[in-house]
Design a protein around this ligand. Structure first.
Ligand SMILES: C[S@@+](CC[C@H](N)C(=O)[O-])C[C@H]1O[C@@H](n2cnc3c(N)ncnc32)[C@H](O)[C@@H]1O
Ligand code: SF4
Ligand code: SF4
Length: 463
């Protein structure tokens, strides 16, 4: 028998547990550390149960191969109803049974996964508040150049000048492979402006790495679509600020941008490539976000309608003047999100204990600019950790004194947040604090007001 993971499933380890992530719905199933060993033997490419069991056996020195084969078969078969795995008598049969994302079947895939009951419901009680430290996601700014000039963009327009050199990319790619980094975010600037974007995309796809492309989607072509649609899942996050052409073109300061982006969204959809629409609530866009969200739901696109605008990476905060002043307008967006997603209000509670890491900084993510500068996360200006021309990525990850300092921080080290009554509803963000207030420990009053509104809303929904 052959087994493989379906094209939207990623397996990783966090909080001491095995996390089986469904990239389509961004939800996870949990397993114990043994589940992690078993599932790590599988990938998108089919493998026989005997070969997989031999890999598993390396982690259990006293076990018998036959026993591992029996246990692995039983465990793998139990995950088939959840849409985690596929199997077949031959490699070819396994491939033809393998599930892939499609717009026609995405609800079915999501429901199978989300309605699946994990074997051991006590996993949650075993969560270790200390995150596992492993670099899992690398955000790569392939170029700082861009063909749009968005009014809120955190990259100063005069710095939109540089492509990552292929020498640098090749070195980085080698490191991604050897560090077994599981997902990369290709961004910019506008990453499709990079002269070798297609080759770069192909390289990651060949390694079955989960690629998320952040783009304004004005430069898509058929070759890019074909590569995106091949192999292990890739998804595309598209900046679309409104369904109103005038508003979108005013934000991007590019006439005709909306038309091209909309046409290309349709092409991605046709190729069954998962799309996430990213928009921001500005003075100019907030009134059209309801229409945008309704459209996303109708089309089957996920969406991220964000409230937070960060300052520019050169310290200029003039772009923040686009923020909405009236909290009641944000609340209206929350009400619409709640109406569209029955699980939304429940997800507002994020739960914070004083011993928690603040976020993924120093535990699972890094960002690298087109010049090779490495940062704790994207846009975290002023916190340069090193440059890959001088040190390897892993050296920076393991030894940067700045990163080690950030890695040590826990919620209890943030004086206002530690005693805040709303912290269980807050995604505290050091990078956001730094870019808006100038200090990672000092929260932005506006964000705190919004968090209070979220908490009040969630509590009222519970009654
Ligand atoms: C910097 S862009 C790069 C990728 C691509 N050019 C695009 O626009 O999608 C990535 C995302 O960051 C968002 N963004 C830009 N400036 C921002 C800011 N000041 N605060 C928050 N998000 C911002 C964009 O709207 C976009 O969704
Ligand atoms: S398209 Fe992206 S990178 Fe370009 S200006 Fe807009 S937000 Fe910035
Ligand atoms: S609401 Fe403000 S003070 Fe409270 S946890 Fe969030 S950022 Fe910190």
């Amino acid at each position: 028998m052959y087994y493989c993971l379906n094209n939207f499933i990623m397996v990783s380890k966090d909080f001491g547990l095995c996390s089986i992530r469904n990239c389509i719905s961004d939800s996870s199933l949990l397993g114990n550390d043994i589940a992690y060993v078993f599932l790590s033997a599988l990938s998108y490419d089919p493998i026989s149960i005997n070969e997989a069991s031999e890999v598993i056996l390396r982690s259990f020195k006293d076990a018998e191969l036959n026993q591992v084969i029996n246990d692995a078969t039983e465990y793998f078969d139990s995950l088939i109803p959840a849409g985690v795995l596929s199997k077949g008598q031959t490699k070819e049969e396994c491939i033809s049974n393998r599930l892939s994302f499609s717009y026609d079947h995405q609800n079915e895939i999501r429901e199978r996964f989300e309605n699946f009951n994990p074997v051991d419901e006590n996993y949650i009680s075993k969560i270790n508040p200390q995150r596992d430290i492993k670099l899992k996601t690398l955000h790569i700014e392939l170029t700082s150049r861009c063909n749009e000039r968005c009014i809120h963009c955190y990259i100063p327009h005069e710095q939109k000048t540089t492509d990552m050199s292929m020498d640098m990319f090749n070195r980085l790619f080698g490191e991604v492979r050897s560090a077994e980094i599981k997902s990369v975010i290709l961004s910019g600037g506008e990453c499709m402006l990079h002269p070798f974007f297609l080759d770069i995309l192909k390289r990651f796809k060949t390694e079955n790495i989960y690629v998320i492309v952040l783009t304004n989607l004005t430069l898509l072509n058929q070759e890019i679509i074909d590569v995106l649609a091949s192999g292990f899942l890739s998804s595309v996050q598209v900046s679309l600020f409104s369904l109103n052409e005038e508003i979108h073109d005013r934000i991007t300061q590019k006439n005709g941008a909306w038309k091209t982006t909309m046409q290309n969204i349709e092409r991605l959809r046709h190729a069954n490539i998962p799309i996430k629409i990213a928009s921001q609530c500005f003075k100019d866009t907030i009134s059209s976000q309801e229409e945008l969200m309704n459209w996303c739901v109708q089309q089957g696109y996920s969406y991220n309608i964000d409230f937070d605008i960060v300052g520019k990476t050169d310290g200029d905060t003039s772009n923040l003047r686009n923020r909405v002043d009236d909290i009641a307008l944000y609340q209206r967006i929350i009400e619409i999100k709640d109406k569209l997603d029955p699980a939304f209000a429940g997800k507002l509670y994020v739960g914070k204990c004083p011993e928690y890491h603040i976020c993924n900084v120093g535990t699972s993510v890094l960002a690298i600019s087109s010049l090779g500068d490495v940062y704790p996360c994207v846009g975290f200006a002023g916190y340069k950790l090193g440059n890959i021309k001088e040190s390897s990525l892993m050296d920076i990850w393991e030894n940067s004194s700045v990163l080690n300092r950030l890695r040590e921080l826990r919620l209890k080290d943030f004086p206002m947040c530690a005693k805040c009554e709303d912290k269980d509803y807050c995604n505290v963000c050091m990078q956001y604090n730094a870019s808006v207030t100038g200090d990672i420990f000092t929260p932005d009053e506006r964000k705190c007001e919004i968090t209070h509104m979220l908490k009040t809303y969630a509590m009222n929904q519970k009654r």
